[in-house]
Design a protein around this ligand. Structure first.
Ligand code: CO
Length: 141
């Protein structure tokens, strides 16, 4: 069973511009917006906007083969890209999702929070791409 909503992923053409939106339009303190980092194996640059109960993950394409690139061609201004739920054990979750007939898009790999993640095809969830992320060890709450 899925646990906490960890974050909502939003694909954007410019992380810096999107950060300014969350800061200036929605009043998120700059101290709650993380530095932009790169995750070359996943073809993304990313930053998090910390909210009291969750996070927004801003993702921007990194490299010509980035999977985000096609999404932005269809949604040039950006758009909601995925929703991420926490699970206790990513390998157990992967095996269970396969048993339940879901299309798991990748082998567990390290995600933006430093713990392994998998993605579930949008066709299994009303058109929503779902990321399952192993809860960071020692995380509270
Ligand atoms: Co994510």
């Amino acid at each position: 069973m899925i646990g906490k909503l960890n974050h909502v992923g939003v694909a954007v053409p410019s992380i810096e511009a999107a950060k300014a939106t969350y800061r200036d339009l929605y009043g998120v303190p700059a101290s709650d917006i993380t530095e932009t980092k790169e995750l070359p194996p996943q073809g993304v640059r990313y930053a998090f906007v910390n909210l009291p109960n969750s996070q927004i993950e801003l993702i921007e394409p990194l490299g010509e083969t980035s999977p985000i690139r096609k999404f932005l061609e269809k949604n040039p201004n950006g758009g909601q890209h995925h929703v991420c739920f926490e699970v206790e054990d990513i390998y157990a979750a992967r095996d269970e999702m396969v048993v339940r007939g879901a299309t798991v898009l990748n082998e567990p790999r390290i995600g933006a929070h430093g713990t392994p993640v998998i993605f579930i095809h949008p066709k299994n969830s009303n058109g929503v791409l779902i990321e399952l992320m192993e809860t960071p060890k020692g995380a509270h709450g």
